[in-house]
Design a protein around this ligand. Sequence first.
Ligand SMILES: [Zn+2]
Length: 333
Amino acid sequence: MSLIQLSVGKPTKCSNIESDVYMVQRLLRGAASRLSDKDYDPGEPDGVVGSKTLGAIREFQDRFMNWPDVVISPNGRTIRELSEFSVWALLRQMNLFPFGHDEPAPAARGTLGPPDPETRKGSGKANEIARTNPGGCFPIPQMPTRDITTGARYFGAPRTKDGRYRKHAGVDLICKVGTPVFAVADGVVKTPIRHFYRSTGEFAIDHGDFWVRYCEIAIKASKALGLDEPGTEVKKGQLIGFIGIMKSSSMLHFEMYSGEESGTLALHAHRKPYTKKLKDASFMRRRDLINPTDCLKQWMGNIPELTPELAAMAKDAASSAKKARDAYFAKKK
Ligand SMILES: [Zn+2]
């Protein structure tokens, strides 16, 4: 049995029957008092969904949702969270607190404890850290769908059939558009997210023992995580972006550098350095470029866990990446 009969929230999407709205308003008030956060307080319950109630729902959903939808369905997560966080306070308010024992401690905001408001950036969901084992982790939450040592995907693969263009400077991990990308180790962001190729983006992280250039990511969804300012620290397994889409293919193009050199990573990437043979072809990258294949193979034994929350974020990222791709190719026509 649910505490509400029909959905409460955005008037365009919800029934907002009076008794349900009263219940939600009381629960929100309870949560505001229990968690000492007035942002969750919709004001005196009146059974009507106004801007204060909508704002309180949005703020409360922001505790655990990536993009609050301001819709509370009878069996959805919001009503469960609300009852969990505030039912004790509600019972007390209604003088329905018959037992002598104390209320349980309130759960932490979100899944990772209360964020520091000073450091909270972007959508505020940059705090997602996937569960991983010790050691470096794989950058996506699954095995790539194609072998990384064959086709055009391996490190050093020729970019054209005759091999007279530059060589492939990274390894391609083929996966679905929107797939979450994780930091393979603790590190510090070195470059902001910028355009890479066909509407997809790239950015680089210094992981201490090596650098990684994460490429072909979805620019908008990845930027929304608010992590791409140089100097920002990231943790191993931290969600740092989502896979973008080019024409129809999607992958993480993964480049690795030893970190011994400084300066721009990609050198005249779009100039064609025609050579006679593949072995003479250059990577057109900074000189400390290294082959990431062995590391990636090792990290395949430590694949980050894809939680339902991350899967939901991936879905949103995929649709925004497809929009960006469509807009890019529409402009090219
Ligand atoms: Zn590639």
